[in-house]
Design a protein around this ligand. Structure first.
Ligand SMILES: N[C@@H](CCC(=O)N[C@@H](CS)C(=O)NCC(=O)O)C(=O)O
Length: 204
């Protein structure tokens, strides 16, 4: 197999790297430069038409895209320690929080990035700046939802570290990179962020 990866600040490839680090797994990796457009090179797009990273090439040639799908593949091969849960309620709760990270906070961060950031202005055909700015309160509201959850549990989806924490950490770091701070009043989220950032996997 071969994992096509991209360096920081790309948040999705980092999610896979953190996941693999937490599992203690090492896989062959090829790093592509998004800034140099290597993920849109004709030979790469011919192989993987979505032209996004990360993507995992299996030994039979199949290309598995989507961060969560890639991590689930590794989870099926290496169930311990469980990062997607190992009973129906935990699996559902981890899935719920992971989807909330992606669909609420992640979507808002993506819109801010695409529609307001000077770095994307070079590649996006049209930036709708007002629309991008309108996502800042949505990102803030989503972070407060995570903060409320983290006032009750040590990790986003309960009492143990899971894929939901990986999703949130990498998206929060990307949010910080593009200038979206963690709200001052989100004490539990800030404490969680310090703890997650101190894990060795966070440097992946
Ligand atoms: N839903 C995908 C998103 C993948 C994605 O958007 N990757 C970014 C890098 S973080 C990318 O390839 N961006 C370049 C592009 O979309 O052209 C996943 O979860 O893996």
């Amino acid at each position: 197999m071969l994992l096509y990866d991209a360096p920081m600040p790309a948040p999705n490839p980092r999610r896979v790297r953190i996941y693999l680090a937490e599992k203690g797994l090492t896989v062959p990796v090829q790093s592509l430069s998004i800034f140099a457009g290597e993920h849109k090179a004709p030979e790469f797009v011919a192989k993987y038409p979505a032209g996004q990273l990360p993507v995992l090439e299996l030994d039979d040639g199949r290309m598995i895209g989507e961060t969560i799908a890639i991590c689930r593949y590794f989870e099926a091969l290496h169930p311990e320690p469980p990062l997607f849960g190992n009973n129906p309620a935990d699996v559902a709760e981890i899935e719920m929080w992971t989807r909330r990270v992606e669909l609420t906070y992640g979507a808002a961060i993506r819109n801010i990035w695409i529609h307001t950031h000077p770095l994307t202005a070079r590649v996006v055909k049209q930036q709708y700046t007002d629309f991008g700015e309108s996502n800042r309160p949505l990102a803030h509201a989503a972070m407060m939802v995570f903060d409320t959850a983290l006032r009750k549990t040590a990790f986003l989806a309960g009492d143990s570290y899971t894929m939901a924490d990986i999703a949130l950490l990498s998206t929060l770091d990307f949010g910080l990179f593009i200038g979206v701070p963690i709200p001052d009043e989100a004490d539990a989220l800030k404490q969680w962020y310090e703890r997650m950032s101190a894990r060795p996997s966070a440097s992946a």
